[in-house]
Design a protein around this ligand. Structure first.
Ligand SMILES: *Cc1c(COP(=O)(O)O)cnc(C)c1O
Length: 365
């Protein structure tokens, strides 16, 4: 006899994160490595958050506030919510896990799109629930009509990643309104808005507005990992009706958000300047890359984020490896059902120019 993990784990394909810089240096002996693989902020850490984190280090002998009161209150005030409408987690990822633990039973159904965030699959399987996937619509966009059609009486969670990772595309307010009409009261819509700060489009749906109106079967997730440059400290947050959040507070580990992260979040929210700088520079980088990708004859999905899904063709993995040997880490998309694509995070101006030069070379050789 031997140990046996629970059945749900049989169907889990482990999440493969972007290759760490240190690993590429060790394995390929390349010194100067840039990572354009995990949609991190290339401009560094919010300076205000950095100051707050340094100060918070002085008291890490004390357990953090398990209710994360101060940072939740700061988030609530910043976005105009009540304290009990705000949850925080050790990254938005943690909130995805808590949601799954709180709302899924054996055999329940969960709906997500193909070519969306793979973490949804992992936690669904872990709870022994069943993931139903709908295909993408043309333009690498989520097909909300198909998602609505996939709803059954057993549907407990529907994941709408908007903008979607790894495609960078959005669903529009009109599509979203139609979808909401098909969503039953006993199915929870998880609106994953990890990149919402970077969206310019007037067609972007107002997810927070739904929670403000008191709608109970919607939770909106956001994160400090992207635009605030805090991916390493782990802080995500969510907005929902207090009754919808209550089960999450039951399952969450006692001290999920550490005290340094709590201090960082409060300060980062006040760092409007860094956020705006990031958004502006990202927009410039995106326009630059669009132009260069067109020049290289490459097709891409229109991005509302800090990454671009680029169609390379059957040589995608070969090109990704060639970029690696040149010290550039990008994300292969086989695990996202997009084998011929690479997902490339938008970097600083220098990083973007270096990427394009190396990409041109990789395509020619
Ligand atoms: C980055 C990301 C998250 C959350 O990241 P955390 O670092 O866990 O806060 C959630 N959803 C999507 C789609 C993401 O790309």
């Amino acid at each position: 006899m031997s140990l046996r993990p629970q059945r749900g784990l049989d169907s889990i394909q482990s999440y493969v994160p972007g290759k760490p810089i240190g690993e590429v240096k060790r394995e390929l002996g390349v010194d100067d490595v840039i990572k354009l693989a995990s949609n991190e902020n290339p401009f560094g850490v919010s300076p205000k958050a950095l100051v707050a984190m340094r100060a918070a280090l002085e008291t890490v002998n004390i357990y953090p506030d398990g209710s994360s009161y101060d940072v939740r209150l700061a988030i609530a005030k910043h976005f105009g919510f009540e304290l009990d409408q705000v949850a925080v987690g050790n990254g938005a990822d943690d909130l995805l896990l808590e949601l799954s633990m709180a709302y899924l039973d054996d055999g329940d159904e969960v709906i997500a799109s193909r070519s969306s965030f793979p973490i949804y699959d992992i936690y669904t399987s872990a709870m022994r629930a069943k993931m139903i996937k709908t295909p993408l619509a043309p333009g690498y966009r989520l097909d909300l009509n198909a998602m609505a059609r996939a709803i059954t009486t057993r549907t407990r969670i529907v994941y709408v990643c908007n903008p979607n990772n790894p495609t960078g595309t959005i669903v529009t307010a009109r599509e979203f309104d139609r979808f909401l009409k098909a969503l039953p009261d006993d199915a929870l819509l998880v609106l994953d808005e990890a990149y919402s700060e970077m969206v310019d489009s007037p067609d972007f749906p107002d997810g927070l507005g739904l929670v403000r109106q008191g709608r109970r079967n919607v939770i909106v997730l956001r994160t400090f990992s992207k635009v605030y440059g805090l991916a390493g400290i782990r802080l995500g947050y969510g907005f929902a009706h207090c009754d919808t959040l209550a089960p999450l507070f039951k399952v969450k580990p006692a001290f999920t958000v550490n005290s340094v992260a709590q201090a960082a979040g409060i300060a980062a929210l006040e760092d409007e300047e860094f956020m705006q700088f990031t958004v502006t520079e990202n927009r410039k980088g995106r326009e630059f890359l669009y132009g260069e990708l067109r020049r290289l004859g490459l097709e891409y999905a229109e991005s509302h984020t800090n990454f671009i899904l680029v169609k390379i063709g059957p040589r995608a993995i070969d090109v990704q490896k060639k970029l690696l040997t040149r010290g550039i880490i990008v994300r292969p998309c086989g695990g996202y059902d997009l084998a011929e694509f690479l997902r490339i995070s938008i970097g600083t101006g220098d990083e973007n120019r270096r990427l394009i030069a190396s990409l041109g070379e990789a395509l020619r050789t």
